[in-house]
Design a protein. Sequence first.
Length: 316
Amino acid sequence: MSDNPQPLGGNEMPRFGGITTFMRLPATSSPEDLDVAVVGVPFDIGTSNRPGARFGPRAIREESVLLRPYNMATRAAPFDSLRIDDTGDVPTNPYNLADSIGRITAHFEELLRHGLVTVAMGGDHTIVLPILRAMAAEHGPVGLVHIDAHTDINDTMFGEKIAHGTPFRRAVEEGLLDGPRVVQIGVRGTGYAADDFDWSREQGFRVVQVEECWHRSLDPLMAEVRDQLGAGPVYLSFDIDGLDPSFAPGTGTPEVAGLTTIQALEIIRGCRGLDLVGCDLVEVAPVYDASGATSLTAANMLYEMLCVLPGVVYRQ
Ligand code: MN
Ligand code: MN
């Protein structure tokens, strides 16, 4: 075992004990000492329907106590490879959306100044806009792997430019994304208009509607995605409602007939080799998650993201 920050093991402290940081990491590191920051963004005032994603980071941390450090499928050893810690939460302003957006950008800019990769726990999907602002300021326009039931490219919601259904439209307008290096996977359901998904395609995005994913492995898709996204910086944004509500009911705007948990693993594991500069997992709303399964799934997906970051060593 290296002297990197390590998750507290279940043989040192029972899994129902200890302080519930992500995977019970020590949460004592300074950004300058880290390669990767796991950071909570408790924010849900951009939500259009059921609120509650502000409680996502805490619930994900709670379910993450079950995770062990070594990936038995891919043999990734993220905590031996990289200095990873839970750096706590962004102090969002629960009374002011615009102020919260500014606070999130500033918080991520500060983390990125230290050369970190950030892995964010939302929060509703609004948070990806201020995060992408920080990413583009550091790295220039980024490619994007976006898993979601929704394209989140509305111009406005209830007349508002910034909400959880608009971040990728704003990101394009602000030049934060490299359009031909964007893929949206799992989109489905009902639209405000018949041409709802066309705006994405007009920006050069590849839009993979969920029907293309049904009944099949997504390994071949991800080989194409790796070719599409190439060598430049990539951001991975995973809205938990991309999964079917039978796997992930604890979210604000569920849509039926979604991705399976297995397909989500294939997507994340298929990102290995991309130059990931940041990731997020958003839209977990624990109050609709009676069993904790949504938060447990989210915690596992975040762990799998850690396993595909640049610099991770895979044991033989
Ligand atoms: Mn979304
Ligand atoms: Mn969504």
